[in-house]
Design a protein around this ligand. Structure first.
Ligand code: NAD
Length: 422
């Protein structure tokens, strides 16, 4: 029987990140000194900052910015607003960003940030004041050459615009390359909003081809219907797949004959939820995880596929849109059951790849067409998928460990080349 302590342990994303790294380090035979350096974060920053609420009260919020490693380039990583944000979670996410940038071979290190807050309870003005205060706090760390934030859970282009504007007020001129995922009018890139879901779709289609399943015969379940989940569902439907189950944090929907994704997106835009959509059965938020389907896309939050439900997963293919949705315990069960899994550090790297394009375009003040962005994204994602699949085949490894091995190898080489490790 699993004890409460074991379940809590399994739920620690930092522990998951370190265990995944340890396994990869073992597989590639990484020297002990480099293991010590890379299994910790380089910098962690905590701040507590006051924000004036609309009723005149002052509330103090806690935020974090963590840089795991900057040997391959400036630090890069999203900022999330969520009541469950913790330093450990942000550390794990920063480490995953390092590996993600290395898997797709873009010149960034890994970072992440977050504020402990439920943004749905703030007014727009409160959200803006909180964002600007947090941006001021982390301004000592971030900037185009040092650390470049992006959107993540509950943050969007508007939040990025406020952060960029706050940094620009400090600098006295527009520092557009300091943040990615911005609105187009202030230096954003075409294609950025869809980029993560597009990358998930490119990986899913490549994996389906590898498994000999045609998109037209593939039934897909998606957990989470925000940026990543809804775009993945829409693009997979456009590619011929049938979307049979979706969910958000409140509830889920199931229809084995297929859900009309564009109408669902419109319904969610109008009502803020999936609930109440006609023509589908109601299921719980975690329903898509164990739904009868061929492809599962977890695209919500971390720690959703655990030892408690992994054995009940019916999909043959999992493409991780979310960061850290699967625990190492669940990984073992899925592997034993022959589930093919495209890991987060590969599957959801489309977002940071187009963020990289946005940063390049801002630095050059020369902007690309959406077609150009999508083509370049497809080339990078398909190359990375092929490389990882080849490593997995050659070394008889699951895709997660193949991706980790490749990424850790690249970061370790950069560290050795720079002589940071005597
Ligand atoms: P988002 O805020 O736009 O959407 C999150 C969605 O998940 C919402 O629909 C929310 O209702 C749902 N959700 C939350 N808790 C849930 C639960 N317990 N069960 C079911 N649904 C739940 O966020 P996003 O940007 O789409 O990010 C989703 C995931 O993808 C996160 O793990 C994030 O770190 C990861 N990710 C995002 C990007 C990006 O570019 N946005 C890039 C890489 C990875």
């Amino acid at each position: 029987m699993t004890t409460a302590v074991e379940i809590n342990e399994e739920a620690s994303e930092w522990r998951t990140a370190q265990r995944q790294f340890d396994t990869a380090a073992e597989i590639i035979g990484l020297e002990p000194e480099l293991r010590e350096i890379l299994r910790e974060v380089q910098r962690e920053f905590t701040c507590h900052f006051p924000v004036e609420m609309d009723d005149g009260r002052i509330e103090v919020f806690t935020g974090y910015r963590v840089q795991h490693n900057i040997n391959r380039g400036p630090a890069k990583g999203g900022i999330r607003y969520h009541p469950d944000v913790s330093l450990d979670e942000v550390k794990a996410l920063a480490m995953w960003m390092t590996w993600k940038c290395a898997v797709v071979n873009i010149p960034f290190g890994g970072a992440k940030g977050g504020v402990i807050v439920d943004p749905h309870r703030l007014s727009v003005r409160e959200l803006e004041r909180m964002t600007r205060r947090f941006a001021s706090e982390i301004s000592i760390l971030i900037g185009p050459d040092r650390d470049i934030p992006a959107p993540d859970l509950n943050t969007d282009a508007q939040v990025m615009a406020w952060i960029m504007d706050t940094l620009s007020m400090h600098a006295g001129y527009s520092v557009t390359a300091s943040v990615t995922g911005k609105p187009i009018e202030v230096g954003g890139s075409l294609g950025r909003v869809d980029a993560t879901g597009r990358g998930v779709t490119i990986c899913a289609l490549a994996a389906l081809e590898h498994l000999g399943i045609t998109p037209h015969s593939a039934r897909v379940a998606v957990q989470g219907f925000g940026n990543v989940g809804s775009v993945s569902a829409r693009l997979l439907e456009e590619a011929g797949c049938t979307i049979v189950a979706v969910s958000d944090e409140y509830s889920g929907l199931l229809n084995p004959l297929g859900l009309p994704v564009r109408r669902l997106i419109e319904h969610r835009r109008r009502t803020g939820r999936l609930e109440g959509f006609e023509g589908a059965d109601a299921i719980p938020s975690e329903g898509p995880l164990t739904a009868d389907c061929d492809v599962l896309v977890p695209a919500a939050i971390g720690n959703q596929i655990t030892s408690r439900n992994a054995g009940r997963i019916r999909a043959r293919l999992i493409v991780e849109g979310a960061n850290g949705p699967t625990t190492p315990e669940a990984d073992h069960i899925l592997e034993k059951n022959g589930v093919f899994l495209v890991p987060d550090i590969l599957a959801n790297a489309g977002g940071v790849t187009v963020s990289y394009f946005e940063w390049v375009q801002d630095l050059q003040a020369f902007f690309w067409s959406e077609h150009e962005v999508n083509q370049k994204l497809q080339a990078i994602m398909q190359r990375a998928f092929r490389e990882i699949l080849a490593v997995a085949g050659e070394r008889r490894l699951p895709m997660r460990m193949a991706a980790y091995g490749q990424a850790v190898q690249r970061v370790a080489s950069a560290t050795r080349d720079r002589g940071l490790y005597p």
